[in-house]
Design a protein around this ligand. Structure first.
Ligand code: HEC
Length: 116
């Protein structure tokens, strides 16, 4: 009986700690206010910004010329990580394929896109 209580307490603690972690994340994201300049420093800036812009809105000469999508659009914001990864790796229409990015770079890029 005492052991069950112990296990329950440990499980409960894990859940509460997990919730705390999730709950504290939006605050952390809000603190690191995504700015166009900050986005340009990471892999998103290197590989995506020339068309999609530092703010994701594709309001760049190249973006307008190729009719790149506005990444702040809800369809793209709601896109699954798997689908976005596929688009980055394989390209899409006039968007080039980025075959040589590491999983880590792709994860960073997707995190930037989701911060728009
Ligand atoms: C040379 C310009 C260019 C670059 C660089 C570029 N894109 Fe695009 N992107 C486009 C164009 C053009 C489209 C519209 C493609 C279409 O649907 O025909 C697009 C579309 C997209 C879409 C939406 C696709 C869909 O099916 O709705 C996503 C997501 C996207 N780009 C992400 C990225 C990311 C992330 C990067 C950086 C790794 C990137 N793009 C780099 C031009 C670019």
């Amino acid at each position: 009986m005492k052991r069950i209580l112990q296990v329950t307490l440990v499980a409960l603690f894990a859940v509460v700690a997990g919730l705390g972690f999730t709950a504290s994340r939006p605050a952390a994201v809000a603190l690191a206010e995504p700015s166009a300049e900050a986005n340009l420093a990471g892999p998103y800036g290197t590989y995506c910004a020339r068309c999609h812009g530092g703010d994701g809105r594709a309001n760049t000469a190249k973006g307008r010329q190729l009719e790149a999508d506005d990444l702040t659009d809800s369809t793209i914001q709601n896109m699954s990580t798997e689908k976005m990864t596929r688009i980055i790796k394989n390209g899409r229409g006039k968007m080039p394929a980025f075959k040589n990015l590491s999983a880590r770079q792709i994860a960073q890029i997707i995190a930037t896109v989701r911060s728009f």
